[in-house]
Design a protein around this ligand. Structure first.
Ligand code: AMP
Length: 288
């Protein structure tokens, strides 16, 4: 512990194995624990989750693990940005209590991936475009949650389908973690912050704002068209932009993930989009 007069800062614990995390967790006893799972290459969006956790809990645990089983595209896994030294520095500056940075062999002594199914939610959008992705997500989330035994877990609305599926899984399994959804952090341009943005060229960073511009136009002018007309309009905007290859643009109900034919059909309409800009896949969403 370093003491500056009345200010006490306990240096962040860097936990490199499950055994180290279990030992740290045992020491915490009855403190309330906030957990922020990440794949690293941290940006201010991640840090906003950490700050929320610090406000809500006695102790905050972060994890950095690029989970191989959730990558359906081997190239995406290979090129996923790794900035571990900078990440640790950022977490120390935020005075996070501990960070868990396990090895793949520690998380996967066996390669089995579990299967979690909820109609529509685990069948549509990201699930359809990235087969097996959410099975990998749930597999690693169970392992991390079991080790962390957190009271609160902070997840970003940026990955809206992931947030919905993990929330549904926690409910179905009657787990005690409280999932805290956190708003999407954006660049001044509107571009949703993402670790993958690090792989965009400067000119692509400007082009990438198209997702936000389209979502925002729909939100601002929602009642001018039906949801289906907006979907067609958004798809044609992407079709006119040769730099992009659209995976999907849909307006769905945020609870059921079902389609929204008319605005009156949904209390919680949300527009969701995924598109490739060159090799980089971008996703975003906006409540309407
Ligand atoms: P990742 O490292 O991409 O797996 O993200 C770790 C957590 O940070 C997930 O819960 C994400 O939804 C969340 N996150 C990622 N980007 C943002 C963002 N721009 N704003 C808020 N949360 C985010």
């Amino acid at each position: 512990m370093v003491s500056f007069g009345a200010i006490k800062y306990v240096k962040m614990e860097i936990l490199k194995s499950s055994a180290a995390l279990i030992a740290w967790r045992n020491q915490c006893q009855s403190s309330s624990i906030g957990f922020v799972p990440t794949m690293g290459a941290l940006h201010p969006g991640h840090l906003s989750l950490m700050i929320k956790s610090k406000i809500d809990n006695d102790k905050t645990l972060a994890s950095i693990f690029v989970n191989p089983t959730q990558f359906n595209d081997p190239k995406d896994f290979l090129h996923y940005p790794h900035t571990l030294d900078a990440d640790i520095k950022l977490l120390e500056e935020l005075e996070i209590d501990a960070v868990f940075i396990p090895e793949v062999a520690d998380m996967y002594p066996e390669v089995a991936v579990e299967n979690f199914h909820i109609p529509i939610l685990t069948e549509s959008l990201e699930a359809k475009m990235r087969p097996g992705h959410f099975d990998g997500v749930i597999t690693i989330i169970r392992k991390l949650f079991d080790l962390a035994q957190a009271h609160h877990v902070y997840l970003g609305e940026k990955d809206f389908q992931q947030l919905s599926i993990i929330s549904a899984w926690v409910k179905k399994e009657k787990r005690s973690e409280i999932i805290v959804p956190c708003p999407t952090h954006r660049e001044a341009s509107g571009l949703a912050m993402s670790s993958r943005n690090q792989r965009l060229q400067p000119s692509q960073l400007t082009e990438a704002t198209l997702l936000f511009e389209i979502l925002n136009t729909v939100k601002e002018n929602k009642l001018d068209n039906t949801p289906i007309e907006w979907e067609l309009w958004a798809r044609s905007r992407f079709a006119q932009s040769p730099a992009f290859r659209l995976d999907y643009f849909e307006i769905i109900d945020a609870d059921t993930f079902g389609p929204v034919a008319a605005w009156e059909d949904s209390q919680k309409p949300i527009a969701v989009v995924a598109a490739f800009l060159g090799e980089i896949r971008l996703i975003d969403n906006m409540r309407l």
